[in-house]
Design a protein around this ligand. Structure first.
Ligand code: NAD
Length: 481
């Protein structure tokens, strides 16, 4: 698993062992599987300089050529899905059952989608009487991507693909918890024909990220991370008037009415809390259940949760793996303790497994009230809070009483109520009778404290390019004197 070197800069692997060592731990057994080094100032300089040097040439390629390279990278990723999924599982601990369908494949989707539209990016023509004008869609320059640890391959591609499609270059810094997968994305892009310097990956923790954000050559920053980090990075970007996209955390509501299809609602609650061991930003961690089906919902939820197959994530039968790290597990355990001490009713799980690895049971609390810590703060672990409600009006007010606004969903058979409710939910992504599907065709991002900007879809193009307006005078210029 040991990569050729820690960083990928200017089209090749690059090492500098003077950087602080970063051990890569397989969370299922705590064993060290690789070691990389944080970027030194020399590595940061090399990455920024190579991205800067490559940008004009990359932008000068016609869109169809840039797009072809991205689409070729998508094909290579699909061909190597098994190998890349194995690596993602080792890097994150997520079950291979998930990584085979949700990680490298999602990266390939993004490269294919943005590769497909690179050729048709352009501006508009406006006739202004005899004069006329046009707009040009121009790249921003060097973009910095900073990733979280839950979807390392996907995050690298969700940022890299639209950035490159628009003619930017990128320096990407993965989370220090999961440094391996983004290197593969960089390697594959070069294999697909990307010129050196177009997509660089360097390792490190917050200080390396901070140096990249503050570098005067950086034109745009896209962060996926916690709200606390988002505030710091957004402020640092603003200080130099840089473009910024912030994909942050959430505490999203999943609202289930009495008339919902019970099995689908239970499936959604399971997916929205236990997929990737609950480590998903858009998770529906506040499950509001209308009182009429509360007992039936809980009974079915508990029965089905008991079927979770907790085990080695490399085993294709496993559908619930460890958390990414001991630290994240400890945070989750502290929230479970708070839930119990504040009076929530623990109805399933709650315990760390008595075996090596960062394993905790899928955990469900019932009778959760809005004021409890577990209903207010993002846990980022497999902890579901079930809250009761009576009326639509009541649940909407409570659903929106949060600093976050990433996602939300409603389960109901009533068509008009479904739309009324999602229109009222203050969140960037909403689902009706579904949860957490985020295809590349759809904008993804948060409202309120969950962030600014959008990833994916045509919306991302607006965040990785800027418009230049050109007014064309066709007549002699007149002046007052
Ligand atoms: P984190 O905020 O601790 O770290 C995110 C990244 O920021 C890491 O690469 C880290 O090294 C870097 N960083 C930290 N301080 C920095 C600084 N001052 N300047 C620049 N970079 C800095 O988040 P995490 O623990 O890695 O990930 C979990 C969080 O990410 C959760 O809150 C989750 O909701 C969020 N998340 C959001 C999305 C989304 O798309 N909205 C997706 C996945 C995860």
């Amino acid at each position: 698993m040991q990569p050729t070197a820690s960083h990928f800069v200017n089209g090749a692997y690059l090492e500098d062992t003077a950087g602080a060592p970063i051990p890569v731990i397989f969370p299922a057994n705590g064993e060290q599987i690789a070691r990389v080094h944080a970027a030194t100032p020399a590595v940061i300089e090399a990455a920024m300089a190579s991205a800067k040097a490559a940008q004009a040439g990359w932008a000068a390629l016609i869109g169809v050529e840039r797009g072809r390279i991205l689409r070729r990278a998508a094909d290579i990723i699909r061909e190597r899905n098994r190998e890349l999924s194995d690596l993602e599982t080792l890097d994150t601990g997520k079950p291979i059952q998930e990584t085979l369908v949700a990680d490298a494949t999602s990266a390939a989707d993004a490269l294919e989608y943005f590769g497909g539209i690179a050729a048709s990016l352009g501006g508009e023509h406006m006739q202004l009487g005899g004069d006329w004008a046009y707009t040009m869609r121009v790249p921003l320059g060097v973009c910095v991507g900073i990733g979280a640890w839950n979807y390392p391959t996907q995050i690298a591609a969700w940022k890299g693909a639209p950035a490159l499609a628009c003619g930017n270059t990128m320096v990407f810094k993965p989370s220090e918890q999961t440094p391996l997968c983004a290197l593969k994305v960089a390697e594959i892009l070069v294999e697909a024909g990307a010129p050196p310097g177009v997509f660089n990956v360097i390792q490190g923790a917050g200080l390396v990220g901070k140096a990249l954000v503050e570098d005067p050559r950086t034109a745009k920053v896209s962060l996926t991370g916690s709200a606390a980090t988002g505030k710091k990075v957004y402020a640092a970007a603003a200080a130099q008037m840089k473009h910024a996209t912030m994909e942050l955390g959430g505490k999203s509501p999943l609202i289930i009415f009495d008339d919902a299809d019970l099995e689908s609602a239970v499936s959604a609650a399971i997916n929205a809390n236990f997929y990737s061991s609950g480590q998903i930003c858009s998770n529906g961690t506040r499950v509001f259940v209308q009182r009429g089906i509360k007992d039936a919902f809980l009974a079915r939820l508990l029965k089905r949760t008991a079927n979770a197959i907790i085990g080695d994530p490399r085993d294709e039968a496993t559908n619930f793996g460890p958390m990414v790290s001991e630290e994240q597990l400890a945070i989750t355990c502290s929230y479970i303790k708070k839930g119990i001490s504040e009076g929530a009713r623990l109805v399933h799980g709650g315990n760390r497994l008595n075996q090596p690895g960062a394993y905790i049971e899928p955990t469900i609390f019932a009778d959760v009230t809005d004021d409890m810590t577990i209903a207010r703060e993002e846990i980022f672990g497999p902890v579901m809070s079930v809250l009761d409600f009576d009326t639509e009006e009541d649940v909407l007010e409570r659903a929106n009483a949060t600093e976050f606004g990433l996602s939300g969903a409603v389960f109901t058979a009533d068509l008009t109520r479904a739309h009324r409710v999602v229109h009222a939910i203050q969140a960037g992504s909403c689902w009706i009778n579904q949860y957490n599907l985020t295809p590349v065709e759809l904008p993804f991002g948060g409202m309120k404290g969950s962030g600014v900007g959008r990833e994916n879809s045509m919306a991302a193009i607006g965040h990785y390019s800027q418009l230049k307006t050109v007014y064309v005078g066709m007549s002699p210029v007149e002046a007052a004197f």
